[in-house]
Design a protein around this ligand. Structure first.
Ligand code: HEC
Ligand code: HEC
Length: 253
């Protein structure tokens, strides 16, 4: 089959539930855990059954490691409570940073060490360990002031129809939330569970890795991890999740 015919066929298969979704109308935004199977939902809260905790433990060790450790400036990692709920955030120099970007900046500026790199094991581990300190806390990102232009950029990206399937994020994550697609139950597309351990990946992964999968799903261009577009999108997703609990480290199928 040619790419064009494959896309046409995929669209045809998707048509019934798209129409049904439009008839159902947009629903409220719910925590992602509400869309998980009961088994996954329970395991997400149980360190003994959640492989993501291996990364948390590694991150806690990294936090204390070396002469100029994270701990040497920040004290015990418990002091990071609530921080992840405020990210992405605009830094002193006007750049929008997510938690990964914030940690990389400390690494470069305060530790004088080379960047870990996006999706590297130590960066995922530190991000998971810091994010865990906000587990259960309500998302509360700043959306006004310097953050406002980024929020708008993220909103535009979210609402734009994309890829060969010509679908916006909201056509799946608002109009069709709760419905099944290829064995998944479509959630409201929030970033609250990331970094998350996906059984399908067999590892812990970042939100941007998941966003690349959704871009691929609609046959749109996959942007690089940490791309400005994905960062702005991450802020918009967090604004949609305002008041909902941080679930990181999440557990996904
Ligand atoms: C030499 C001191 C120093 C070291 C070492 C350091 N940081 Fe920082 N960190 C800071 C300062 C200062 C800030 C406040 C923002 C700024 O001025 O860069 C900060 C901010 C942060 C924030 C954001 C806090 C908030 O409330 O928004 C996080 C998260 C963070 N650091 C994580 C880390 C991690 C993880 C490491 C180790 C890899 C680390 N830091 C190492 C000094 C340090
Ligand atoms: C064709 C439907 C579809 C489109 C369009 C789509 N996604 Fe998804 N997305 C999914 C499915 C299916 C999953 C996996 C189940 C779930 O968690 O919702 C998913 C997962 C996600 C997740 C992870 C949720 C979690 O907690 O694991 C996020 C975040 C997300 N999508 C955001 C987006 C964004 C942003 C866009 C637009 C750039 C988008 N998606 C476009 C179908 C879609």
């Amino acid at each position: 089959m040619t790419a064009g015919r494959r896309a046409a066929r995929a669209l045809l298969l998707a048509l019934p539930w798209l129409v049904a979704g439009l008839l159902a109308g947009a629903a409220e935004i719910r925590p992602t855990r509400d869309y998980l199977s009961p088994g996954l939902r329970d395991a997400q809260e149980d360190p003994s059954r959640h492989p993501g905790w291996l990364w948390v433990e590694e991150g806690e060790a990294l936090w204390r490691e070396g002469a100029r450790s994270c701990q040497s400036c920040h004290g015990d990692i418990a002091g990071m409570a609530g921080v992840a709920a405020r990210y992405p955030a605009v830094a002193e120099d006007g750049a929008l940073l997510n938690l990964e970007g914030r940690i990389e900046r400390c690494r470069a500026r305060h530790q004088g060490a080379p960047a870990f790199g996006y999706e590297s094991e130590p960066l995922l581990a530190l991000t998971a360990a810091v994010a865990l300190r906000s587990h259960g806390q309500p998302v509360a990102v700043e959306t006004g002031g310097a953050a406002a232009p980024f929020l708008e950029e993220g909103r535009r990206f979210y609402e734009a129809r994309q890829g060969q399937l010509n679908l916006s994020c909201g056509q799946c994550h608002d109009d069709n939330a709760g419905r099944r697609l290829r064995g998944d139950v479509i959630s409201n597309g929030l970033g609250t569970g990331y970094p998350a351990y996906r059984l399908d990946w067999n590892t812990l992964g970042s939100l941007h890795r998941r966003l690349r999968a959704c871009s691929l799903g609609v046959r749109a261009e996959q942007l690089p991890l940490g791309a400005p577009e994905y960062l702005a999108l991450e802020l918009f997703l967090a604004s949609r999740a305002a008041g909902l609990p941080i679930e990181a480290p999440g557990l996904r199928r």
